[in-house]
Design a protein around this ligand. Structure first.
Ligand SMILES: Nc1ncnc2c1ncn2[C@@H]1O[C@H](COP(=O)(O)OP(=O)(O)O)[C@@H](O)[C@H]1O
Ligand SMILES: O=c1ccn([C@@H]2O[C@H](COP(=O)(O)OP(=O)(O)O)[C@@H](O)[C@H]2O)c(=O)[nH]1
Length: 297
């Protein structure tokens, strides 16, 4: 059987299985993050949008539906932990040859650092002084988690509580939707601080290849004991389900195992600036300003 037929029939089988078993396809769950997105714009020599590619982005929808189904099923099973969803080789999005946004029009600065290293605090100051649009991947995920008809709410909740990285298709799509909306209001241009992302190599590679190549990454370097104290303090008022000692320890482990390779990757690419975060917020910010100046902002 030709490959495309195999793919389609396996999708249909999985979709049927999913429809039969899962509450996630309830007819009311129509307001999907994938439907909110506008058709992809591309740059480069190709036509826009690429012929033969559905502007409805069916592939990512199928991929995330299956990832979500798998995760949700695992969460409901008596297994002791959430197993990370494995992407199905036949349903992953086809490789895109050009990112949606050109770095000529859109500047992306990633902001990384362990939980509690001060990313959000510094982003707030940068936005005040430089007019970047701040997109916190964690905030976007929490908003999606709380959206009443979200298909992914339960899955996101479990991942965040356990300090694990939500399957990248959800996060990348939320970011791309937010960027698209912002860019529409700024004549096709944009300047984004993407906070707390990418936290995993697959996210980094996928975002840069299909959404927009980054200009640089600010990495806030902070020891765990300092971050722990800050987070426990933040937990007194943040209302976040993951600002407790048990979740914080899991987040630290995820950061070391999964996110540090991203930091190392951008460093080897010469696209990372390390900033010591064990100083007062204003002292840290002085260095941030120097770095932004050196990047041409
Ligand atoms: N340089 C700093 N020194 C002391 N406390 C800080 C500093 N930067 C941030 N904080 C505090 O630490 C907590 C975590 O900071 P936040 O910016 O939310 O971190 P992140 O976004 O990296 O998780 C917050 O309560 C914040 O007020
Ligand atoms: O790209 C991302 C960013 C965040 N998260 C999840 O959101 C949580 C909170 O991230 P956030 O950046 O809001 O907070 P931080 O841990 O840096 O304080 C993380 O532990 C992850 O579970 C995720 O899955 N993917």
């Amino acid at each position: 059987m030709p490959l495309h037929r195999t793919v389609r029939s396996s999708q249909a089988a999985l979709r049927n299985q999913f429809n039969a078993k899962s509450r996630l396809t309830h007819p009311r769950a129509r307001d999907s993050i994938f439907q909110l997105s506008t058709p992809r714009r591309t740059y480069g020599s190709g036509p826009n949008p690429t012929p033969g590619r559905s502007p409805l982005k069916v592939w990512p929808f199928i991929a995330i539906t299956l990832v979500g189904t798998g995760s949700y099923t695992l969460m409901k099973s008596p297994m002791p932990a959430i197993a990370p969803p494995k992407s199905h080789p036949q349903i992953s999005s086809p490789a895109k040859d050009t990112p949606t946004f050109s770095p000529d029009n859109v500047s992306v600065i990633f902001v990384l650092g362990g939980p509690g290293s001060g990313k959000g605090t510094q982003c707030e100051k940068i936005v005040r002084d430089y007019g970047f649009t701040h997109l916190s991947a964690g905030d976007l995920l929490r908003a999606e988690q709380d959206r009443p008809d979200s298909e992914f709410g339960n899955m996101i909740k479990e991942y965040i509580r356990d300090g694990k990285i939500v399957p990248m298709e959800v996060t990348v799509q939320l970011l791309e939707n937010a960027m698209t909306e912002d860019i529409k209001q700024h004549d096709g241009k944009g300047k984004f601080l993407i906070d707390g992302f990418p936290r995993k190599m697959d996210q980094a590679l996928h975002f840069e290849a299909s959404v927009c190549p980054s200009k640089s990454t600010l990495f806030f370097d902070c020891p765990e004991d300092v971050m722990l104290a800050r987070l426990l303090n933040r937990g007194k008022t943040s209302g976040r389900t993951d600002d407790n000692e048990e979740s914080i320890k899991k987040r630290f482990k995820t950061f070391v195992d999964t996110s540090m390779p991203v930091v190392d990757y951008f460093e080897t690419k010469g696209k990372l600036v390390k900033i010591l975060a064990v100083r007062s917020p204003d002292e840290v910010y002085q260095e941030v300003r120097r770095v932004l100046r050196s990047l041409g902002f």
